[in-house]
Design a protein around this ligand. Structure first.
Ligand code: C5P
Length: 232
């Protein structure tokens, strides 16, 4: 499993996305297509970015009844992406259904990972608003174990939780971690954050970086700084 930096392409048009990707001459970073871009441009943007030679994490965070998720994952498996995700809160049955839907007839499938708790959520909100009467860490670990039980490949979690997730689910269980900020950067709406260098120490497998790269004066330099800190 390769450690990598995934750029969150949180743009609302193909034009803006390609203007951004065109800056990376000769390089093909792993990119994340989230709801904003997918809802704006549809599956065509996925095919186009794939054609340009990028690996793709399709971050649509599915969460619905098992049958709906299974059928939706079946459709997504036709897009040649490398990673897709869902909310672990949808239950083990939903995650199992997702895996079934995603698996192609020849047995191949994109990696499937589960969101545990969003990195914008803190413990107080989780307990007060979601009525989850456990610590944030216990909740994340429990959701990770559920994802493993369902046969998923890993979880999206805070980089601060990556080591514990590996402890509970094994080192082969992939941790994909957003909430990455440079030590001298802006935090934005993220709460459970750390730097690329620290994410490496804690053992993240993939870091997902959005605004610190997309909003940088020099996005390519910011990407390279991430790669340098995280992979070395
Ligand atoms: O701009 P920033 O680096 O905060 O972007 C992080 C990206 O990771 C966003 O696209 C966000 O939707 C995504 N994400 C997250 N927390 C999760 C799952 C996905 O921040 N738990």
């Amino acid at each position: 499993m390769g450690k990598d930096v995934i750029i969150a392409c949180d743009f609302n048009s193909a034009e803006e996305t390609f203007a951004f990707l065109d800056k990376f001459t000769g390089k093909k970073p792993f990119v994340k297509i989230g709801m904003e871009l997918f809802y704006a441009e549809g599956p065509a943007i996925v095919r186009e970015i794939k054609k340009r030679g990028h690996k793709i994490f399709l971050d649509l965070k599915l969460h619905d009844i098992p049958n709906t998720v299974m059928k939706s994952m079946k459709v997504l498996s036709n897009l040649d992406v490398d990673m897709v995700n869902l909310h672990a809160a949808g239950t083990i049955a939903m995650m199992e259904a997702a895996l079934k839907g995603l698996t192609r007839e020849d047995g191949t499938r994109p990696m499937l990972i589960a969101v545990t708790q969003l990195t914008s959520t803190d413990e107080e909100r989780m307990q007060k608003e979601l009525y989850i009467n456990r610590s944030l860490e216990e909740t994340v670990m429990h959701y990770a174990e559920n994802a493993k039980t369902a046969g998923l490949d890993g979880v999206v979690c805070s980089p601060l939780e990556a080591e514990k997730v590996h402890g509970v689910c094994g080192n082969g269980f992939v941790t994909v971690t957003p909430g990455i900020r440079f030590a001298d950067g802006d935090k934005g709406d993220q709460v459970r954050i750390t730097t690329p260098a620290r994410a490496k120490e804690i053992g993240s497998d993939y870091i997902v970086v959005g605004r610190p790269i997309t909003q940088a004066a020099d996005p390519v330099a910011a990407y390279e700084r991430c790669v340098e800190e995280f992979i070395g």
